[in-house]
Structures are given as structure tokens and as C-alpha cells.
Ligand binder design. Structure first.
Ligand code: GLY
Ligand code: MN
Ligand code: MN
Length: 462
């Protein structure tokens, strides 16, 4: 049954369940471990040579165990008693005139899934008390994420590594609440993608489309972007992380937009490509069909435990089959795959874990892989049930990337440059959805339109 994500989100962020999960992970590497987990929020930091604070982005380790999105807080979790304490900043009368009253203890207890709320000026006393309860006490904290004024004096052992890894591993498998948050972020961003297609009918520049995307997200209470949106028209779409977003749309065939939003720190990451004229040209349609097939077939093979390397390889096989059928590539498909020539057109990985970070924890990439087909894959090995991944194949016509292939006989023998020349103006096509991995299959969290008929109907200029 489809999840009613709005209903799920009426509950509290499950911070205590996350703390239990993290302890379970800690005990995998330190059997029987007890002690205190201590984490800090991101502290307010001023901009260089300026009296305004830097934009705030919560520390993900802290958020995972608290669900609290405030700066200048800290958190302690006593493993033995399974009791959590959130420390919030006390009232600073000088600050109230500028920033208003801070959250009260009562309000914080209502909002967050913690057992107790105290003020940050009580943290050393509270930690001392917890340490003294155990003759062999350990504090688990993160290196370089402990304020100078916080002393772990009474703790016999100080461990600055284990909890970081434990949180990173715990984050891979999402619970129902986290999936609902990612789904909400998808719901908003999918509407924003549609608004961008509408706006493209009258817009003259990429930045108008960029502004439309932001406007929709902010209007729907999702003001934070998990990454800088990519709004690339024409050949700029072949630059994977194009950030200028300011070129004229005049004379361009397509727009590639890779943009998501955050819902309380949980991200969506969606890419769509649509024709500015309202109708795909033959060449764009040729490539769009290949990429859509890569995207759908790879998604269709997803289930808990699937090998991501295999899926990535499958995407390359479809790309090769499609480009051979068009005549861009020529020769035996297996030979082309073995030569890694398809990397000229699909130079990045099939996808990555998605959660609080766009490229979420647990992907185990190997940037030094001697096989260039896998070097940029941000997710390696098997994909666990309960994780959320992106599926984002693409085919691009980037002269900087393709030229060395044309100059290397090991590859050029597989490329028909006359046919290739018809495709440069397609730029690049990428289609990216966010997929919840289930035991026997998958759940697509992205609702932005992607079928050719739907996209053309939405982009049509009447
Ligand atoms: N938007 C960044 C990515 O797709 O990985
Ligand atoms: Mn992505
Ligand atoms: Mn993306």
C-alpha cells in the first residue's frame, strides 16, 4: 500500500530508535560497550571579516540522534540506561533583542524524541555525573567536533572514532520516517520540476528556470537545497556539474535540470531533460529513449541485496546497444564494453545512496579502481533492503571527454564520427529518480514526469 507520507511526518523524528541502532553498531566493533555518546550540533560561525553568521547547516551525526535542527546544542546518550539528554542554549538577554526568545525546555521536550532537556551550561556537570556511575567509563565522541570548554575529565576512556563510523553505517538503512521525509522532499521537488517546464515556455535564460525551481521549493517550506541546482541548456548539459545557470536559452534544443530540495535535512535528487521547443528532435529523442530504457531497466532490477556494480554494467550494455543501433558506435557490443569505450558517453556512476547527504554515507566508492568504468561509482557492492538510492544514467556529448577517444585507435575504431556529429547539440540527457529498496523490489519516490508523451505535452507551446 502506498505510504501516506504526510501522516507519517505528523510523528516525531525517531531519534531514540536511531540511538539504539548506533549502540548496536558500536557493540559490533566493541562487544559489550557501555558509556556515553556525546555529540555536538554545528556551532554558530561568523563569516570571514563580517558580522553575519555563515549559513547554517546542521551536523548530520547530531541530527540523526536528536532530530534537532538548532545550532549551538549538544547531546549525551547514556548507553547503559538508554537515556538521552539534549542540551539547548540558555537565554542570553543580550541576544533576545536581536533573535527573539530561544526554544524553552518544555517546547524542546515536545518537539524532540529525547528523555531530558537541559541547558548547555550544565553539560560538564551532567557528563561528570554520568562518568562517575561507571568505574570503567568511556565517552564516544567525534574528533574535532567537541568544543574546547567541554571536558571529559572523569572518563577513563575517550574514543573519538567508533561513534562516527557507527552513525555512518546506521544511516544507510532508512526507517519509515526517514523514507517519508525523502518522499516529501521528492514531492515538493517534483512539482518544482513541472513548474520549470511551464516557465521554459516564456523564459529567456537559465536563471529564470533556476529561480522558478527555488520559488516552488521555498513556497512549499523547503528553503534548503541539498546541492547547487544544475540548470543546463544546450551543450552545457554535457558538463555534469554545471553551476553557472545563467546562459541564454536562445537556439538551444534541451534543458537538463538536476535539482532537489531538503525536507528537514533529508534530500531529494532529481534530474529531468526536456525539449525547449515542446517537441524532442529526432536526435534528442534517439538519446532520450536510450537513457529512459537504461533508467527503467536498472530500476526494475532493484531489490534488497542486488549488486550495484552489475546494474551499472547493465546500464552500459543498454547504452552500447542503443548507440550501436543509431550508428554512433560500431562493432561487437561485448568488445566495445570490454574496451570501456562507452565511458566516453556515460562517464559517471549509475547512482548513490541518498539521505541527509546527497551522496549519502555507506557507498564505499573506490576512486582508485583501475577499471575506469567503476572509478566514479559512488556506490559499490550490494544494496541493502531499506536503503534509498538514486538511479541516474545519462548519455552526453562532451567534446572534451570524447575527443581523446576519437584520437585513440583502441576506441576510435568503435566510433562513427560522422554519425556522432549529428548529436553534439543534444548536449546531454540524464534521468534521475530516487528509489527505496525493498526486500523483493523497489518503491519509486520520485513523481516528476519522464515519459516522452508526458514531457512533450507539458513542454508544448500552444
Ligand atoms: N546532483 C548530484 C548528483 O546527482 O549526484
Ligand atoms: Mn544523484
Ligand atoms: Mn542529481
Amino acid at each position: 500500500m502506498a505510504r501516506d507520507f504526510e501522516a507519517v511526518l505528523k510523528g516525531k523524528y525517531p531519534a531514540k530508535a536511531h540511538a539504539r541502532r548506533v549502540v548496536e553498531q558500536i557493540r559490533k566493533s566493541k562487544p559489550g560497550a557501555n558509556g556515553v555518546i556525546y555529540l555536538e550540533a554545528r556551532m554558530t560561525k561568523m563569516q570571514e571579516d563580517n558580522d553575519s553568521p555563515e549559513p547554517f547547516r546542521q551536523r548530520r551525526y547530531f541530527y540523526y540522534l536528536t532530530g534537532c535542527n538548532l545550532p549551538d546544542c549538544c547531546f549525551a546518550y547514556d548507553i547503559r540506561s538508554a537515556r538521552s539528554t539534549l542540551f539547548i542554549p540558555p537565554i542570553d538577554p543580550d541576544e533576545v533583542v536581536w533573535s527573539g526568545l530561544p526554544l524553552s525546555v518544555t517546547e524542546a521536550l515536545k518537539l524532540y524524541d529525547v528523555d531530558e532537556v537541559k541547558f548547555t551550561n550544565e553539560v560538564n556537570a551532567a557528563l561528570t555525573h554520568l562518568a562517575k556511575e561507571d568505574a570503567n567509563s568511556t565517552v564516544f565522541a567525534i574528533a574535532n567536533q567537541v568544543s574546547d570548554n567541554v571536558t571529559f575529565l572523569e572518563f577513563v576512556h575517550k574514543d573519538f572514532e567508533t561513534v562516527k563510523t557507527a552513525v555512518e553505517i546506521s544511516r544507510v538503512v532508512k526507517d519509515e520516517f526517514e523514507v517519508a521525509m525523502i518522499q516529501k522532499a521528492n514531492h515538493i521537488a517534483s512539482h518544482a520540476h513541472k513548474a520549470v517546464i511551464d516557465r521554459a515556455k516564456t523564459a529567456a535564460t537559465e536563471q529564470e528556470l533556476y529561480a522558478t525551481f527555488l520559488e516552488r521549493c521555498v513556497s512549499h517550506s523547503a528553503p534548503e537545497m541539498p546541492y547547487h541546482p544544475i540548470v543546463a541548456s544546450g551543450r552545457a548539459a554535457a558538463t555534469l556539474h554545471y553551476v553557472d545557470n545563467n546562459a541564454s536559452l536562445n537556439g538551444k534544443l534541451n534543458v537538463l535540470i538536476d535539482a532537489g530540495c531538503e525536507w528537514n535535512n533529508y534530500a531529494s535528487d532529481i534530474t529531468r531533460t526536456f525539449p525547449l521547443t515542446g517537441k524532442f528532435t529526432k536526435e534528442t529523442r534517439d538519446i532520450y529513449d536510450i537513457v529512459l530504457r537504461m533508467q527503467k531497466e536498472c530500476t526494475g532490477r532493484i531489490k534488497g541485496g542486488v549488486s550495484w556494480d552489475e546494474l551499472h554494467l547493465h546500464a552500459h550494455k543498454i547504452a552500447i546497444e542503443g548507440l550501436v543501433a543509431l550508428g554512433v558506435l560500431k562493432g561487437d557490443a561485448q568488445e566495445i564494453l570490454d574496451a570501456r569505450t562507452s565511458a566516453a558517453f556515460f562517464p559517471h556512476g549509475l547512482g548513490h545512496h541518498l539521505g541527509m547527504d546527497t551522496h549519502d554515507t555507506g557507498g564505499n566508492p573506490n576512486p582508485n579502481d583501475p577499471d575506469k568504468l567503476f572509478r566514479y561509482l559512488r556506490l559499490r557492492g550490494t544494496v541493502p533492503t531499506g536503503s534509498v538510492v538514486t538511479v541516474e544514467p545519462g548519455v552526453y556529448f562532451c567534446d572534451f571527454i570524447i575527443k581523446p577517444y576519437l584520437e585513440d585507435p583502441a576506441h576510435s575504431k568503435y566510433i562513427n564520427s560522422k554519425v556522432l556529429d549529428k548529436y553534439w547539440d543534444v548536449g546531454g540527457i540524464r534521468i534521475e529518480d530516487n528509489i527505496h529498496v525493498t526486500k523483493d523490489g523497489f518503491e519509486n519516490l520520485t513523481t516528476a514526469i519522464k515519459e516522452v508523451a508526458e514531457v512533450e505535452a507539458a513542454a508544448a507551446r500552444n
